[in-house]
Design a protein around this ligand. Structure first.
Ligand code: TRP
Length: 453
């Protein structure tokens, strides 16, 4: 049964379209918004090093596992895991991993849409010239005024979520793959332009040192856990995005090679974002650890000062919005596919109902910047909790289960058949996915809660 049929949702028109879609999923707010500010909160270079180690030893093997599970199961993560488990003679409760993913996806999409909404707002504000001649102080004030207004945030959050629903409702293959083909390279070019600008006008040497000179005294259990969570978040792993995209991938694509390209581009974009942002942060005396507003406050200062900044700035946030958009659809797709398969809903209804659910949860994040600002549990507001629980806890947990499934529940012959690689690649992958990735995740958890040092 498993192995060669085509998914009922359709199939990517080529391997390159899959790579594009999966890269579109991976490259998003996680690279340009989250990576720099989490790096800032965790002290810079040493964090970056731990992050890269997590991508190589845990991220890439799990990405390969997700693609192969999806391509063999040809359905939503929940049903793929259920069918593959039964094909291997294993318990059907493996599908619970799919459910954990759906829950994580809801939570991530909920706050992701709020932050993407800031980016949409900035397209218009920067374009209207609000940031011309801006200073470090007025840029922060502007950001605080936006997040302080529940009405404005609700508007942008709603607009972004509707954009996501509209694409998923139509099926991903329709218009999006065409748009992404042009827009992802454009984002890349603009990012390089920004790095160039930051290198010539900002404190580039300081930023370079900050990002690449590790200070190991800054590393502790929490830092490592944060790096692991960031690796999962940035590579779109642990919740089923890549499984569901793999379900639409044709049989003749090489999984290891594909995963390497996606992981490589994703990492490059994150590092470029750091090199665009930190020179400005240091040159203008901003605080690298100042949190979620970092990109919005720092880059707008550069746009306010540079010639043509009004145009470039608006363009930049447009592309950031597109990057977030192509990621957000991959958060909504797994649950939508499941509703179509198992509840027999049509795609439009499925996308709307699921998207509305995530929108509703997202309202909690909208309000945590203003009306519910003081509503904190253990120092974290609703937004902080959504981000922490989904990214730092649920994604690594989901990834752990996916690694165990691919490494232990699935037989060597069926994974090897799907990977179709040399014995060395398959052998190395098996070691990583059976031992290194699971033990790594468990050790990092135990270390963070203080059980092992
Ligand atoms: N990787 C995306 C980003 O960096 C976000 C994302 C899309 C994601 N799908 C995911 C994160 C699945 C975790 C799991 O912006």
């Amino acid at each position: 049964m498993a192995g060669n049929q085509v998914s009922i949702h359709g199939q990517w028109s080529s391997r390159w379209v899959f790579i594009l879609a999966a890269t579109g999923s991976a490259v998003g707010l996680g690279n340009i918004w989250r990576f720099p500010y989490v790096t800032g909160e965790n002290g810079g270079g040493a964090f970056v090093l731990v992050y890269l180690a997590c991508v190589l030893t845990v991220g890439l093997p799990i990405m390969m596992a997700e693609i192969l599970i999806g391509r063999r199961g040809r359905q939503s993560p929940i049903n793929s895991m259920k069918d593959l488990a039964s094909a291997e003679g294993k318990d059907s409760s493996w599908q619970a991993v799919g459910w954990l993913g759906v829950a994580a996806g809801f939570l991530i999409l909920s706050f992701y849409s709020v932050v993407a909404g800031w980016s949409v707002a900035y397209v218009f504000q920067v374009g209207a010239g609000s940031f011309n001649e801006v200073t470090a102080e007025s840029s922060s004030q502007y950001f605080d005024a936006l997040t302080g207004s529940a009405n404005r945030l609700t508007l942008w959050h709603s607009i972004f979520m509707l954009m996501v629903i509209a694409v998923v409702a139509r099926g991903v293959q329709g218009g999006l793959e065409k748009a992404v083909k042009w827009l992802m390279p454009a984002l890349f070019v603009l990012l390089v332009v920004m790095v160039g600008y930051a290198a010539t006008t900002g404190d580039f040497a300081g930023a370079f040192k900050y990002l690449f000179e590790p200070d190991f005294s800054k590393i502790n259990g929490d830092t490592i856990l944060a790096a692991l969570g960031q690796a999962f978040f940035s590579l779109s792993l642990g919740m089923g995005s890549i499984i569901v995209y793999g379900a639409y991938l044709s049989k003749n694509a090489s999984i290891p090679q594909t995963a390497l390209i996606i992981g490589g581009v994703d990492t490059l974009v994150a590092l470029l974002a750091g090199l665009a942002i930190f020179p400005i942060v240091f040159a203008y005396g901003l605080e690298p650890g100042s949190g979620a507003g970092l990109v919005f406050v720092s880059l707008t200062i550069a746009f306010g000062q540079m010639p043509g900044g009004q145009l470039f700035g608006s363009l930049f946030f447009m592309l950031l919005t597109v990057a977030a958009w192509t990621s957000a659809i991959s958060l909504l797709e797994p649950v939508t596919a499941w509703l179509v398969e198992s509840q027999k809903w049509n795609r439009i209804k499925a996308a709307f109902v699921a998207g509305f659910g995530a929108w509703l949860v997202g309202m909690g994040s909208v309000l945590s910047f203003n009306l519910w600002q003081d509503l904190k549990v253990s120092g974290k507001n609703f937004f902080d909790w959504s981000e922490f629980l989904s990214t730092t806890i649920m994604l690594p947990l989901g990834g752990l289960c996916i690694a165990l499934f691919a490494g232990w529940a699935m037989s060597k012959s069926s994974t090897a058949e799907e990977l179709e690689s040399s014995a060395i690649v398959i052998g190395a992958w098996r070691i990583l996915v059976r031992y290194v990735a699971p033990l790594g995740v468990v050790a990092i958890f135990l270390n963070a809660i203080g059980v092992i040092q």
